[in-house]
Design a protein around this ligand. Sequence first.
Ligand code: HEC
Ligand code: HEC
Ligand code: HEC
Ligand code: HEC
Length: 416
Amino acid sequence: MERKTGTTNKFLLPLLLLILLLAALAGPRRQPAPVTAPPLTPAAVEYWRDRFPAQVASYLRTKEMEATAHAGSVPYQKLDRYPFMRAMYHGFGFWFDFRESRGHMYSVEDTLVTGRPKFGGVCWGCKSADYPALTAQYGQKEFDTMFWSEAARKTDHPVACIDCHDPQSPDFALRLTRPWLEEAITAQGKTLADFDMRSLTCAQCHSEYYFEGPGTENKIVFPWTFGFRPEDALAHLDAERFSDWTHPRTGAGVHKVQHPEFEFFQGSVHANLGLSCADCHMPRVRDAQGSEYTQHWLTSPLKHIEASCQRCHADVARIKARTEALQGELRASANEIGAALEKAINSLRDARREANVNQDLVRQAQAKHRRAQLFLDWFLVENSTGFHNAAEGRRILEEARRAVQEMTELTDKALP
Ligand code: HEC
Ligand code: HEC
Ligand code: HEC
Ligand code: HEC
């Protein structure tokens, strides 16, 4: 099947060679320019310090780096810890560099130093508090399609207060600043009122997306037309005939999933209790004077488990152990499926080199690769290691396991 692809194979190899050549010419890897303190405008976190000292002080704690058993904010290289990812992402930007994410205060810095190629100004959409003002100033399409480096010179501030709060409103009310969220919810036949603002503010960035384009508007789209599950995303992408890239080993049109936290959380035990993202990630706590405020240290809640979980799970040591056991079980299963997928990818590559291979069965195996990879990736890049919805995590991994198996069987059958 002919597909629109984000990075077509034809251009990929010359592009890679060019990058390697330039890297060789540049000699030893240059240090990134030091990140200087951004100006103190309303887009700066520190701008609000006098008015909201407790919220600002807690938000600044997102600079701290500490690992947890299965997540945390130490930016280790995932490609080294999970080597099968190099096979999965072969031919795409994440093949070069895929580090664990850190706190909001690093969102600009981490975007500047990543080794991945960038699409354009649109990449700042979820990384900088300057994005809404810049798209208003230059135009949405104009800024989104601007060269990434040019857009980078205009972008100073990491994710900050005004991304979620209206700076004009007297009570600093919550607001949404990213147009793609409402578009995606409307496409599903729902309205914003069907959801909680204490989760919607996060959903602006902690959701799976793709860029419509390139060659069009570099528009961010959430593939939600049919629902929030991975099969719904796959149906949406199939309908749009969209692939992020053509996998160089299997020839399959594949898709890179990105942080579907909002989607994965839907229908979970905790979502069904009416909890929002903020309930665990932004618990109500007391300052030194004893007044209550919303803690803005957006990090793993396992670092402040008393504040986030104890009101329902009295024995925090036990609930922490139960959480880590769930994550460990799901992680082990994902690693197993990842290793099987790597094998299946290499078998399909080898089969395609055979002269008399059955092309129809190869195409069917490629479709299974597309499916297996999307389901496995959904679990892998959802940042809670399955915690947000353990039952859904098991189901998704089972679907991935089945698709890998079918891919392998079809590949074997395709051989003469
Ligand atoms: C019931 C409590 C709870 C709710 C509700 C919740 N989370 Fe989480 N979240 C967690 C736990 C626990 C982890 C796992 C942390 C770990 O392994 O250290 C986590 C992990 C994460 C991480 C990765 C953190 C890291 O250290 O890398 C992100 C990002 C995240 N959640 C975002 C969200 C978003 C967005 C929502 C709403 C859609 C949400 N969470 C709802 C408890 C919750
Ligand atoms: C990622 C979204 C997000 C960011 C960024 C954010 N907030 Fe909030 N803020 C919230 C949420 C959610 C609440 C809870 C609102 C509610 O429960 O109605 C909140 C509540 C507040 C409140 C109400 C009082 C309280 O503590 O509950 C103030 C004031 C506030 N935030 C200030 C700030 C400041 C200052 C910054 C920047 C340092 C900031 N916020 C950054 C989401 C955010
Ligand atoms: C404007 C975009 C944006 C919004 C809105 C946003 N985030 Fe994030 N968030 C990010 C980015 C980007 C990162 C990764 C930063 C990095 O790695 O440098 C991140 C990282 C995180 C992490 C991981 C921190 C760590 O230490 O590993 C957590 C937890 C998190 N966000 C929770 C939330 C929650 C909860 C909300 C809503 C209340 C929210 N975020 C709203 C963009 C956003
Ligand atoms: C509003 C109450 C509430 C809060 C807050 C809450 N939980 Fe729960 N949690 C529940 C209930 C109710 C269940 C279902 C009964 C059970 O399994 O204990 C549950 C289930 C769980 C489970 C089993 C889930 C599964 O899929 O099998 C884990 C693990 C868990 N919670 C961890 C946490 C952690 C960690 C936090 C804090 C970050 C937290 N919970 C916050 C009420 C809550």
